[in-house]
Design a protein around this ligand. Sequence first.
Ligand code: ADP
Ligand code: MG
Length: 696
Amino acid sequence: MNAHAADSASAPVSSLPGVGPALRDSLVKLGLATLQDLWFHLPLRYEDRTRVTSIADLRVGEPAQVEGTVEAVERGFRFKPQLRVALADASQRTLVLRFFHFSRAQVDQLKIGTRLRCYGEVRHGAQGLEIVHPQYQRLAGDEPGDVEDALTPVYPTTEGVGPKRIAGVIRRALERLPGDDALELVPAPLRKGLNLASLREALLYVHRPPPDADVASLREGSHPAQQRLAFEELLSHHLSLKRLRNQVRSNTAPALSGDGRLRRALLDALPYKLTNAQKRVGREVAHDIASAEPMLRLVQGDVGSGKTVVAALAALAAVEAGCQVALMAPTELLAEQHRRTLLGWFEPLGVDVLWLAGKVQGKARAKALAAVADGAPVVVGTHALMQEGVVFRALGLAIIDEQHRFGVHQRLALRDKGREGERVPHQLVLTATPIPRTLAMTAYADLDVSAIDELPPGRTPVTTAVFGNARRAEVIERIRAACTEGRQAYWVCTLIEESEQLQAQAAEVAHVELSAALPELKVALVHGRMKPKEKTAVMDAFKAGEIAVLVATTVIEVGVDVPNASLMIIENAERLGLAQLHQLRGRVGRGAVASSCVLLYQPPLSQLARERLNVMRETNDGFRIAERDLELRGPGEMLGTRQTGRLEFRIADVQRDAALLPAVQEIGETILARHPDLAERIVARWIGAGARYAGA
Ligand code: ADP
Ligand code: MG
């Protein structure tokens, strides 16, 4: 980049005519400090104001620009203030403009006979077609107004900078857009063969598409100009994650290579042999943690694939090496279950398992914290493990179960608990949500991935049925039949609200209903509002077979393991996402008996809910389910990363643009290795100087 162009890229927004201190401050709040920031502030969508549509040709649901004369004005006050303006044009038809918020000045302007040009989405109103809160301008005299000569870009805005203003500022910034020589950051030899459009042309096009632009491809994001930019944006994210990982790698971790004594003892004590997949992943983990380079490994394995024992073996390797291990789970019930599994395995080996959850308070907490500080070998808990006051003596390995419930930041927070200068613990992340390839290459580029792609032998696939609520009685009969044969059932109550209280109430109601309908069976209840001791007692009784039907809230979603339970009913299944449904269903099918799952729904079903339930009926394959989930929901939600800003792209879409990913990866590696300075600038251009990754 030559000196002059470099200047214009980093020139402050205040160097543009018309940008005073107040506007500058508002722009900076939007993250727009330099001209380059403005060039890369891309439109969210476009409005077509290059033509005027006659009222007779308007179509409901579509935005349009209309020109006409005000024929009638009506102000209503009955329930809330309202202004209705009837507009007519040469097609002799009328369109109602409806305002719920309006000023005196507006009322004065919108007089009968005034000519208006307005824009907005057309809908059905009480008196025919209408536009609610159109954007409008008054036209002088009889002249037709000037139409725009390009599609109108709509930018993300902020308080204090309206759409027109920001568009104006960006237009002026684009006048100072340099040539490709100065703009391009991806070296020419690397771009060769990719057939990428010129960056300068691409920017000018997306900011100001010509009237004959292919609107459909622009809307889809498949236009070559958008693809050019999407490529660079994906590249920037890839580089940023790789950089993060290199940063972690530049730390050191304790080499956890013990003598294998404890691990062998555990393997000898297990009532089963590890599957080949468990062995392979176990070796990968053991190899990683034996090195002084911090491990960052994601172990993905479908529900029931046996991740716990793999984690336990890694934990014992750390203990053999004289280090501490922390295991964090997203819910108290799951953490509690892990504690008991590990206790059962580790106590006979003389290894203590300490418990630290939010409900551990007062003296018990002080005692636990003292033990952690003193070097207790294994600590199991919830996010309470990351709270202030928790100090480890020598944390060597942090294990995080069911990663999708935790954000990236929580994962990093636990790592930092064990940080001592340059020394960080190894990290092992367990998840039952398989990561489709496209995501693994972007969102998880900072992790190595191992897959337990085999279930322990002797499992029978779960059959799934989808029933409307009207067939409830039939479902209850199924429970009676299964339990009379000595099997056990779950009845899961769900609610949209995350409120534990409402969930608990729903479960209480179901508990009463089922107890009455099934008087010969023992029906019990477990929910998140119960005391840990009560929960544990119920779970123990269920495990021991003393309870036939367990009515539960989604607290049992993750990790609960009762092989004799072979029937699961999920009430209001339409309210849950695919990942959650799959997790829940994974609670059955753990033993040798044929298991089934009934998804009860409350009609009418939305299209999306119908699709989800169909996916569940069609497959048990967690990988397929995750891919469909990604298609139906989009990546941000799936990973629960919406809030972290991690996957919020300006123009790229990992799914739509998946075809670009192999090139992104390949070019990314080369740039990092040979042109670290360019990598820095690409990341800065799209992501900012680390601001969005603060804390990462
Ligand atoms: P998840 O991967 O869902 O966390 P778990 O670790 O809870 O699975 O294991 C599920 C069940 O499978 C447990 O009852 C566990 O004891 C059992 N299991 C794990 N590995 C094997 C194996 N190799 N052979 C037989 N059963 C196994
Ligand atoms: Mg598990």
